[in-house]
Design a protein around this ligand. Structure first.
Ligand SMILES: C[S@@+](CC[C@H](N)C(=O)[O-])C[C@H]1O[C@@H](n2cnc3c(N)ncnc32)[C@H](O)[C@@H]1O
Length: 232
């Protein structure tokens, strides 16, 4: 049984794709992709030997050794351009995901879909996608062990239909409240220093909180009670 975070990543993969699962760890995403017919073939990469061996063992036990190729190496650097249609990177920080893309531009350019689940800095990933001519065609939220994760799908086509499951997700209000809460704590910390208070980051954080609050208010009943966020 995979958790809802991995499930949400898997949901974005089109049936029959050739998929790269970068930072495959235990290999669960790779295995489910094949088991459910989402992937015709998977290349699972791991930078570290121990998880790489764990992935190989799990994949072999699942009987998918012939369809899932496990490669030890850094990010996309162990792939050739054109080997996959879809690149999934889940469970890593936004800066690392961006670096993995930047380090293998030809492989990224040869794919037709990128699916990412950053552990932080999702906005930086969105900015990177826009700057590199990728169109976000869907986003979703998933909760696992009390944490809400963001999952983003991007495609090459600028006029791709945009679905945005996230907008109708029952987790959205809670996610926005958590994000506001976190940014307010950052702001409170920065307020202690006159230099930090005068910085661009301080005003950008204030602006982001104001935007999120507007979004919350537009969605009617955001946290007049739970979640520690008021409607000021
Ligand atoms: C937190 S785990 C996430 C595993 C899985 N993708 C998931 O979402 O459950 C991150 C994995 O990425 C691997 N990793 C970190 N940097 C990597 C890189 N540059 N290339 C490939 N794998 C990497 C780590 O060894 C670790 O197994």
């Amino acid at each position: 049984m995979i958790d809802s975070r991995i499930q949400a990543v898997l949901n974005f993969v089109r049936a029959g794709s050739r998929v790269a699962d970068i930072g495959a760890d235990h290999g669960y995403l790779s295995i489910e992709l094949v088991k459910r017919g989402r992937a015709a073939r998977v290349i699972a990469t791991e930078k570290n030997l121990h998880p790489c061996e764990a992935a190989r063992k799990n994949i072999s036990a699942a009987g998918f050794g012939g369809v899932i190729d496990v490669r030890l190496g850094d990010g996309l650097q162990v792939l050739e351009a054109g080997e996959v249609d879809t690149i999934c990177i889940a469970g890593m920080g936004g800066a690392l995901i961006q670096k993995i893309f930047d380090d293998a531009p030809e492989v990224v350019q040869s794919a037709r879909q990128l699916i990412v689940q950053p552990m932080n800095a999702a906005d930086k990933i969105r900015a990177w996608l826009a700057a590199n001519a990728w169109t976000i065609d869907d986003e979703d939220l998933a909760e696992s062990a009390g944490i809400i994760y963001e999952i983003i799908s991007a495609v090459k086509a600028p006029d791709a239909p945009k679905i945005f499951k996230r907008e109708s997700s029952p987790l959205l209000q809670k996610f926005l409240a958590q994000r506001i809460d976190k940014l307010e704590r950052v702001l409170a910390e920065m307020s202690k220093s006159p230099v930090a208070r005068a910085s661009d980051k301080f005003s950008a954080t204030q602006a982001e909180i104001a935007d999120l609050r507007r979004l919350c208010r537009a969605r009617v009943s955001c946290y007049n009670g739970g979640g520690g966020v008021d409607n000021a």
